[in-house]
Design a protein around this ligand. Structure first.
Ligand SMILES: Nc1ncnc2c1ncn2[C@@H]1O[C@H](COP(=O)(O)OP(=O)(O)OP(=O)(O)O)[C@@H](O)[C@H]1O
Length: 330
């Protein structure tokens, strides 16, 4: 089956010039992956590893100083293919965003207008992308939609500040799914919420995905969220994917030393042993280390790790790793 999205060897850099000094931040540097239909794909990795930059590029929201240097980003929607890096901005705005690709972001206030009732935000979005020829039918449709998602339709008459953080995030999800898009990109959707509310919001995302069979790209540094929600997980480090596998595989048998470290650091109830921390800090992407970018912090680093970028190897069903140790073992 054709994947929903193919990303090939994508390189996207921030190029800045301040007082005559040029700086290039290689935020996404050689990333390849595919999103399948009907899956929740998680992207994990610590702050500044390039997760948000990757989302900006694959959703076509590329603004200076961010530039795509090379690579390919191609969607295969129902009935049409869209090469996102070579599609006109207007077409992306009117034909692709919201209808085919929609977002749920941290905090939700970026999408909800604080001085307008919730229903007005629905009107603004649907009006811009599809038009509202029949207002009564539109109101009925929105009421039905929020009801299906388990929200009381009365919230449509409230202002965002009258809702709790969790409720606002559910409303943001309702907005993001009003056109039944092929892909929902959720960027840290539950980071600001407490655990109980978080569970409700994640369950809502899961239910929508199971019901509509679309694809969810879930970006969060929180591995517990991936463990609960994602079907597959990719771990990013310093602008590259270092490992990708079905969720149970990556949690039970990670192969990349960085992924192993992340997973071993997770707290386990009853385990009082101290968790080791990594030496050093994540690299500066304006001047990244040679070879494998993880080598300065890797407890198993070899000479070759300093010299050559490891290739992404397939080591099992839907399991890929970029590590010289794994290459050697193979
Ligand atoms: N507008 C910008 N100009 C220059 N560099 C930038 C810009 N935005 C981000 N960067 C740099 O790009 C790198 C990747 O940032 P990005 O925001 O994609 O990481 P992230 O994994 O999403 O982190 P976080 O979870 O903290 O948002 C970082 O080194 C960051 O400093």
């Amino acid at each position: 089956m054709t994947p929903l999205l193919e990303v090939e060897d994508l390189r996207a850099y921030y190029r800045t010039e301040v007082y005559g000094i040029s700086r290039t931040v290689r935020a996404v540097d050689g990333v390849s992956f595919q999103l399948e239909r009907n899956e929740i794909y998680g992207i994990a990795g610590e702050s500044s590893c390039g997760k948000t930059t990757l989302i900006k590029v694959i959703s076509g929201t590329i603004k200076p100083p961010l530039r795509v240097e090379s690579g390919r980003v191609c969607y295969h929607f129902e009935g049409r293919d869209v090469d996102i890096l070579h599609t006109d901005r207007d077409e992306l705005r009117t034909q692709v965003r919201w209808k085919e690709i929609s977002y749920v972001m941290q905090g939700s206030m970026s999408v909800l207008n604080p001085v307008r009732r919730i229903i007005r935000t629905f009107e603004d979005i649907v009006g811009t992308h599809q038009g509202i020829p029949d207002r009564r039918a539109f109101l009925e449709h929105v009421r039905e939609h929020v009801k299906t998602l388990g929200l009381p339709p009365d919230i449509l008459n409230l202002y965002p500040h009258q809702l709790s953080g969790g409720m606002r995030q559910r409303v943001a999800i309702a907005l993001a799914t009003i056109f039944h898009p092929s892909l929902i990109i959720a960027d840290e959707p539950t980071t600001a919420l407490d655990v109980v509310v978080q569970r409700g919001v994640l369950q809502m995302l899961k239910d929508i995905q199971a019901e509509s069979g679309n694809t969810v790209l879930l970006v969060t540094h929180d591995l517990a969220v991936h463990a609960n929600v994602a079907d597959r997980v990719a771990v990013m480090y310093a602008g590259r994917i270092v490992e990708e596998a079905p969720t149970e595989v990556i949690f039970e048998a990670p192969r990349h030393p960085y992924a192993q470290h992340l997973i071993q650091s997770l707290p386990v109830i009853g385990d009082k042993s101290s968790k080791g921390s990594l030496s050093g800090a994540p690299p500066n992407l304006a001047n990244p280390p040679s070879g494998c970018r993880f080598h300065p912090r890797c407890p198993h680093a070899m000479d070759i790790c300093r010299q050559r970028v490891p290739e992404m190897l397939t080591v099992g069903p839907r399991h890929r790793v970029a590590c010289h140790l794994v290459e050697e073992a193979a």
